[in-house]
Unconditional design. Structure first.
Length: 408
């Protein structure tokens, strides 16, 4: 690791994100970018029009510190409507600059220097940095692709392989230094949806060890297999869980950076105390627009997940045809593929060469892991793209990798 002059010791090793690196490579080579996780189309017209209307109405100055009341009410209504969670919009909802700020503020506001944070490894790249900025230390619990049984099938839907963890490893991760557990479900980058048995175990351990849970649920409306159940709904968790989400993924306006945290007043107060010295406030005209999105009818949410499911089922068979071992995701809009059948075992090297070889950009999963060597042969593709883009990318991969195998 190259040391960066003047950078604090806590942040040594956190350089330019892999997304910036791979997106720059896509621009340089003209490759199709299936690396960074953003859609290539805008979200609902009603939501963008609400933002335009808010701008024209002059809602362009600082909003209230906790967020516009209209949005906080809409978040509370959303939690009740979809998950049966009763939240007071005045004391139990905080609007943030995306889920990323909510998570960072939670870590900074809730952790003491030297505390430990349990997280499932791999993690989205901001998690480890946020833990470091809080002066805490991450205790990773490894998520690994399961093997197959004697019948050649995995435990997932239609015999597919799932990402799983060792319950004993999770239990061993708890210690007197454990301050909180950070859970992402549906999970990025693996596409795993934690099931009820897994969530019940997590809840039981948090209660037993008196640990706070912070849950990142930004993909809550992108579940294809299984069901999303917020951790806060499990016994003993309502009083110790901070639930984080945002409008970026659900409404395809990722650049607006409107997120929120929901939880008991004492947790919200701690997070707000840190958040007010980060961005203070943000996105005034976008807050009422996301409120409008949260109040869209069930038909929107059903069509949204249906469209992404169709995109998953468009890309995954093409990746299989190209020679990858594909771990079909249960949620999110990412798919993990193993390059081992292609004769490769270094995902970073493979992804750096893929734009020239096939005209497609992916992200190496190894950069998301804390455990040395974990995920080395795994790479991640984003399928939140137009069908014609996915088809072109798949055809390029099939042609290029079939050629590469033939040459070998």
């Amino acid at each position: 690791m190259t040391r960066v002059p003047h950078l604090s010791a806590r942040l040594q090793g956190f350089g330019t994100t892999i997304f910036a690196t791979m997106s720059a490579l896509a621009t340089e080579t003209g490759a199709i970018n299936l690396g960074q996780g953003f859609p290539d189309t805008d979200g609902p017209a009603e939501v963008s029009q609400a933002a335009i209307d808010a701008i024209r109405a002059g809602r362009n100055q600082y909003p209230p510190g906790p967020g516009e009341p209209e949005l906080r009410r809409a978040v509370a209504e959303h939690q009740a409507r979809f998950w049966g969670i009763d939240a007071n919009p005045d004391t139990e909802v905080l609007v943030t600059a995306g889920a990323t700020e909510a998570l960072a503020a939670a870590l900074i506001g809730l952790c003491e220097v030297g505390d430990e944070v349990i997280a499932f490894d791999p993690t989205y790249d901001s998690y480890q940095a946020g833990i470091a900025m809080a002066g805490a230390r991450m205790r990773g619990v490894l998520l690994s692709p399961e093997g197959v049984g004697p019948d050649g099938r995995g435990s997932g839907p239609d015999g597919r392989r799932r990402f799983t963890f060792d319950p004993d490893e999770l239990e061993r991760a708890f210690s007197p230094k454990t301050r909180l557990l950070l859970l992402n479900t549906p999970h990025n980058p693996t596409g795993k949806v934690f099931d009820d048995d897994e969530l019940a175990l997590i809840a039981e351990l948090c209660v037993r060890h008196d640990v706070i849970a912070v849950t990142d649920e930004v993909y809550e409306h992108l579940v294809f297999d299984g069901t999303h159940h917020p951790l806060t709904t499990f016994p003993g968790m309502a009083e110790r869980t901070l639930t984080v989400s945002s409008g970026g993924k659900t409404f395809s306006f990722t650049g607006w950076k409107i997120g929120w945290a929901v939880g008991p007043p004492e947790l919200i107060t701690a997070v707000r105390t840190a958040k007010q010295f980060l961005t203070f406030v943000n996105g005034a005209p976008f807050q009422p627009a996301i409120a409008a999105g949260l109040r869209l009818g069930d038909d929107y949410y059903e069509s949204f997940v249906g469209e992404l499911l169709a995109k998953r089922d468009l890309l995954c068979p093409m990746l299989t045809e190209a020679g990858f071992d594909v771990l079909v995701p249960e949620g999110t809009y990412f798919v993990t593929a193993d390059i081992t059948p292609l004769g490769h075992d270094d995902g970073i090297e493979f992804c750096l060469g893929l734009p020239e070889l096939a005209g497609v950009v992916a992200v190496p999963s190894a950069v998301f892991y804390q455990a040395p060597g974990a995920g080395a042969s795994l790479i991640r593709f984003c399928f939140a793209k137009r069908d014609e883009v996915l088809t072109e990318a798949g055809e390029r991969l099939i042609a290029a990798l079939a050629g590469a195998r033939g040459a070998a």
